[in-house]
Design a protein around this ligand. Structure first.
Ligand SMILES: Cc1cc2nc3c(=O)[nH]c(=O)nc-3n(C[C@H](O)[C@H](O)[C@H](O)COP(=O)(O)OP(=O)(O)OC[C@H]3O[C@@H](n4cnc5c(N)ncnc54)[C@H](O)[C@@H]3O)c2cc1C
Length: 560
């Protein structure tokens, strides 16, 4: 295959002003074949096929908006591909075969017990999927519930019901990622093809093919829920087991090696290989692990507030006001350095999405963002966050970051009187509550969950508050109106990543407990859906590469 990149075509807009979706924009194979043949200096009839490997939108020359493709070009006479590529002398033309992902062959030592995976977020799910697909019959334990039950619990809470500490936006099948924007891009460098494998499995389990080539692949919570259920089915069809409402409350350790896990403070499941993929919000489990001296360390993370704007404002800034609103909801990525040298940046931006009440503990409020696959809410939101280091929150022990997050979430709970506290940015700067000044024309928040206008000043530590305002003002110079009076703030964004890193050695095992594999975001080795899934695959490879499954291990476990 010859790879030809930087192929540009101008987007043709419909005079009716009809909004274009990706599928409407893509050029036909004929157009792309013609473009590729021209660059390669060959006749179009010599090209047997073109595959889109990458696609993005380039709006730097507004109002002209371009699509930029990287194509995989296959010639009718494959033996001519090398000659054509070499003769071309164009740096955008290379001979390239995408890295094939290889799962390792089984190891030599016999596995005495079936592997156990704690947590069914992306890390646990992909670890379980790979082990099941290769015959290791994993047992997955999830403290929360299946997607259907969980959705009912979350929506009941968002509509004013009580919070279920075991079934919420953080806990349950699919993990924290299920009620998300479903952005699948990651900055993790990967020469092993795991990133491609994650996207390929998402497609195999029901996600649209476009995620394989989109520059910023995204599926939205509606599609993600279906994909998660299909992955669960594939795991059980390949001999794996999934147990919901199964919280691991203790580890059984004998002479520095795992021998089992206790579930729901009651029965023990014998296990020698346990993947701890518990996510960044399993504070009770992390506190227990710290108590039994599982090596871990405090880690930097970031806190801030969600900011919401009309999507129209972002699209006009990104694509220009001529065609801005005829293109899909545009994302943005903003970073700033404050006068005190602190980093402020946008995080988990949700174009055409919603702010969500992502709390998991009674008496504490945390927010995040989500969207559906159509990104059609008409609102854009992201977290504007400030980096905090252990020094900022006076780390006296690895779990100090958890205490710091809890303090902020308790403050938010009080400011919102049990709901998500919100405020207009103008009032925030003026340090006055928005509650008293509501006029019918003011934009209303698009929040999943109950909210209440309040004054968010004092929610963030002073140094973070100043950095937040400085950042907002700098971002307003990039996106005019970003720091407008009616930009809507909601707080607190505290679960941006894990405040701890659970130590692991080069075999991905806990250095003091053999057979324990800290994994994913909660253990501090990932940030985001795809990187957590890649880490899950990495741990699956480690277990499979070390062990083979013995015939004796065929029995079902019976969790009463
Ligand atoms: C609202 C929201 C939107 C997001 N949007 C995006 C996005 O668009 N793109 C993106 O890349 N990332 C997004 N993220 C972040 C992403 O969801 C996480 O990075 C990712 O889910 C981490 O995966 P994980 O498997 O490591 O942990 P998690 O997904 O947190 O899963 C951990 C699982 O372990 C379970 N568990 C915890 N303790 C125990 C125990 N003791 N016993 C049994 N089970 C246990 C939990 O119930 C949970 O289901 C979002 C997060 C949230 C909350």
């Amino acid at each position: 295959m010859i790879t030809v990149s930087q192929i540009k075509t101008e987007i043709r807009f419909d005079s009716s002003g009809k909004k274009l979706e990706l599928a409407d924009m893509l050029d036909s194979k004929e157009v792309l074949k013609k473009k590729a043949a021209k660059i390669l200096g060959i006749h179009m009839t010599d090209v047997s096929d073109v595959t889109i490997l990458k696609h993005s939108i380039d709006a730097r020359k507004k109002p002209q908006i371009f699509q930029v493709y990287t194509l995989g070009v296959t010639l009718k006479d494959k033996s001519l591909e090398e000659k054509a590529a070499r003769r071309c002398k164009n740096s955008n033309v290379t001979l390239h075969t995408p890295p094939e992902y290889q799962f390792p062959p089984s190891g030599k030592s016999e596995l005495k017990q079936r592997p156990v995976i704690v947590g069914m977020g992306p890390a646990g799910l992909f670890c379980g999927y790979m082990l099941a697909r290769h015959g290791y019959r994993p047992i997955l334990l999830e403290r929360g519930y299946d997607v259907e039950t969980r959705t009912r619990d979350v929506e009941a809470y968002w509509n004013g019901g009580s919070l279920n500490p075991e079934s919420n936006v953080q806990f349950g099948e699919g993990g924290a990622g299920t009620f998300s924007d479903g952005k699948l891009n990651t900055l993790v460098k990967d020469k092993n093809g795991r990133n491609g494998e994650v996207l390929r499995i998402f497609v195999e389990c029901g996600a649209p093919e476009r995620i394989l080539y989109e520059n910023k692949p995204h599926i939205g919570t509606d599609i993600l829920k279906r994909v998660v259920v299909n992955m669960r089915r594939a795991i059980t069809e390949n001999g794996g087991e999934v147990h919901f409402g199964a919280k691991v409350t203790e580890l059984e350790i004998e002479q520095g090696a795992l021998s089992g896990v206790r579930i729901n403070d009651s029965e023990i499941l014998p296990a020698t290989q346990v993947v701890l993929a518990i996510g960044h919000s399993a504070r009770d489990t992390v506190t227990y692990l710290d108590q039994i001296r599982i090596p871990m360390e405090a880690k930097s993370f970031a806190v801030g507030m969600r900011v919401e704007h009309p999507q129209r404002l972002i699209n006009e800034c990104m694509y220009g006001d001529k065609y801005g609103n005829m293109l899909p909801a545009a994302p943005y990525k903003l970073t700033a350095q404050t006068s005190t040298g602190r980093g402020v940046y946008s995080f988990c931006m949700c174009p055409g999405g919603y702010v969500v009440d992502a709390s998991s503990e009674p008496g504490r409020i945390a927010v995040n963002g989500m969207s559906c696959s159509d990104r059609g809410s008409g609102k854009a939101n992201s977290a504007i966050i400030v980096q905090v280091d252990p020094a900022d929150y006076g780390a006296n022990g690895p779990t100090a970051g958890i205490a710091f997050q809890r303090q902020l979430e308790e403050k938010a709970y009080l400011l919102g009187n049990g709901c998500v506290p919100v405020q207009y940015y103008g009032d925030y700067k003026r340090d006055q509550s928005s509650g008293s000044r509501l006029d019918p024309d003011s934009p209303q928040p698009d929040i999943k969950g109950a909210y209440r206008f309040s004054n968010l000043r004092g929610l963030l530590p002073v140094s973070c508050e100043q950095a937040f305002i400085e950042g907002m003002e700098q971002f307003d110079r990039v996106i005019s109106g970003f720091a407008g009076d009616h930009a809507l703030l909601s707080g607190i964004e505290s679960r941006t990543s894990s405040p701890v890193r659970i130590c692991r050695d080069e075999t991905l095992q806990c250095p003091t407990v053999r057979g324990l594999y800290p994994c994913g975001e909660g253990a501090g080795y990932a940030g985001g859906i795809t990187s957590a899934a890649m880490d899950g695959i990495r741990v699956a490879e480690q277990i499979a590469g070390s062990f083979c499954i013995s015939a004796g291990l065929l029995g079902e476990i019976d969790l009463k």
